[in-house]
Ligand binder design. Sequence first.
Ligand code: NAD
Length: 269
Amino acid sequence: MKLNNGTSIPQLGFGVWQVSDDGAHDAVAEALRVGYRSVDTAKVYENEAGTGRAIAESGLAREEVFLTTKLWNSDQGFDETLRAFDGSLERLGTDYVDLYLIHWPVPEYDRYVATFKAFQQIRDSGRAKAIGVSNFTVENLRRLIDETGETPAVNQIELHPGLPQDELRAFHAEHGIATEAWSPLGQGESLTDAAVVEVAAAHGVTPAQAILRWHLQLGNVVIPKSVTPARIAENFDVFVFALTDDEVARISAIEGKRIGPDPVTFNLR
Ligand code: NAD
């Protein structure tokens, strides 16, 4: 998918939250072998080193892999961000990332505008090809755009059948921000929903594949996580069938709830 700065992101990528450094190395190596070309890590996951090692050892040219990492909350602020970014690059063992994200807005800390100004400097230096945010609300996005004059390329948000995020997706569409879905499978919870199971059966695919297809057809970037080789492959095999509009609507209508923290009240740092 094209981003608003002219670069592109693979619509289907691979996430490594809650995986050890060695585990991330092995999972990313397997994902790259299967065909994924986008990997999502973060400083706070403590697996940037393993992720970077897997990319370096893959035999792929660095430019063939889209690499995302995120700035942790306690590193927000202009100077702090510049320092934290250097640390991420060092652990990743690369001289640039494809996408750098502010992990959470942290409203009480109130530093995300200064943080994004440091992101602009990093991007202008060529060490991040694109810059964006994660877990930003419409209000956070409006303020960021007003005060920096720049629209982030991506907002990575909790988004799964139980939390389709219609309001944010509409705002993103209006402003040219790519919607990236975290916990796209609802951390596994969405897989047993009756509508998902029925839609999957109608296509002879698995519930995970039906949900990932739902995301792709809504235009979301998705980054499912698994450390199991068979599931890593299964989650990548979603380009040989398509859901009908009615099936997409059925999955969108699933009742559910937020699994992760609410960005409005999440102030951990
Ligand atoms: P997910 O929705 O991708 O679910 C992952 C879990 O679903 C796995 O642990 C496994 O139990 C199960 N699963 C995966 N594939 C399966 C399959 N084919 N069949 C059956 N079960 C399967 O959850 P996630 O890891 O929370 O989210 C994905 C990625 O999003 C993370 O790894 C991370 O990169 C990113 N993320 C970002 C934030 C943020 O604040 N920006 C927060 C959470 C996650």
